[in-house]
Design a protein around this ligand. Sequence first.
Ligand code: AHN
Ligand code: ZN
Length: 334
Amino acid sequence: MLNMRATAKWSYALSCLLLLGACKSKPKPQNKKEAKMQPISAPDFNADSAYLYVQKQVEFGPRVPNTEPHYKCGDYLIQKLTQFGAKITIQSFGEEAFDGTVLQLRNIIASFYPKLKKRVLLGAHWDTRPFADKDSTNKSQPIDGANDGASGVGVLLEIARQIQQTQPKVGVDIILFDGEDFGAPLNYTGKILEKFYQQSDYCLGSKYWAENKHQPNYRAYCGILLDMVGAKNAKFYQEQHSLDYAPSVVKAVWDIANQKGYSDFFKYDRKSGIMDDHIYVNEIAKIPMINIIELEADQTFGWYHHTHADNMDIIDKNTLKAAGQTVLYYIFSL
Ligand code: AHN
Ligand code: ZN
């Protein structure tokens, strides 16, 4: 009898505790999926601002290494990122191009919230292709590179401006790679340095950075490269190397883009892998980095690629917005 009563008391006490517990704690998401479905809020990416940053770069003239527009534009980018409150590191180095020309290059690294441990790496190349080798005229003249180069940098400058004003939970490092687009022109018949039999003649700056990181033990949770993210009606397909190196980042970015209304731009179809700056970041620096890059349905680059048509006329604020707002949402989802 006594025993029974004691047990009843205990079970009563236990029920009270359980009930109290249930009432006190916030309803927890049932599973991970539900947790991820919570609405993401992020600052509003201003496409007018990004457009002006693209235009400003183009106004310097083609940012071809070893020319004055290249040097002056580099200084402008450093000045803007300093103005946005970043801790700046400049990597200056000389690097041989395919034909043996030594290019004076600068990788520009801008760190936001450097004390935060979990970090995201954002990249784009800021140099311009020295030839319009895919054009039918003036093939040996440099291109404006409004999309190929300037668009990715313009989007990153606007993201920099936004995250200075609104702090994400993760730190952000922006790397503007130099010397990406100095590969040998099509139908080149001259001598090519022997080392370029083994390695790409593109992406000189990202290779240098991956082999000489601005902090020797630098690590990032993931990286996102932006390449040709400003042309009207651009499609961003899932690029095979990105899927191989960082499948979960591709999925998260494409899901956010589609949830937030950018399904005209971010397509789930997969296209073949592209040799680009993300390759060295993945292969040498071992940071899982994806590439958001415009490709055509038939796997080729955009119609304007490496021609004089790559000028301000093809830049569309809607595309800059889709790319920039998606990346901002992704950063604020972490
Ligand atoms: C290839 O041409 C295969 N890769 C260089 C990627 C690139 C050039 N992106 C912009 N310009
Ligand atoms: Zn290019």
